[in-house]
Design a protein around this ligand. Structure first.
Ligand SMILES: [Zn+2]
Length: 123
């Protein structure tokens, strides 16, 4: 990494402090998401196991919903875990497309993001 013309962050210590904070946030997110997924999976099993439930169509619909939600949460968890891995590797905070630094504000709003604002909506 070259030192010349590092733009945007005059104080690398501040960036480091931000990363420490985000690492803690991401750790919390990781735990919360894993718990939500477990709870969804458990409720899904309960729905399926409930023989007394008259409206099978509704059960199926609810199962479908919780399955869709669970897979969304699993994607979020993947992102969070990937971000934690990048923090450990030292590649965190850079766009996966252009390799520019992602702004502090954006990282604070979306700590798991791997794209700068320009590439936020996909490539
Ligand atoms: Zn980018």
């Amino acid at each position: 990494m070259s030192q010349e013309h590092e733009q945007g962050h005059e104080d690398p210590l501040e960036r480091e402090a931000l990363f420490d904070r985000l690492r803690a946030d991401l750790g919390d997110d990781q735990i919360a998401l894993a718990q939500q997924i477990t709870r969804l999976e458990e409720s899904e099993q309960t729905l399926g196991a409930d023989e007394g439930f008259a409206d099978t169509a509704q059960v199926t619909a609810e199962q479908g919903e919780s399955r869709a939600l669970a897979s969304q949460l699993r994607e979020q968890l993947d992102d969070v875990e990937a971000a934690i891995a990048r923090l450990a590797e030292g590649t965190y905070g850079r766009c996966a497309v252009c390799d520019n630094e992602i702004t502090d504000a954006r990282l604070e709003a979306m700590p798991a993001t791997r794209y700068c604002i320009t590439h936020a909506s996909g490539v």
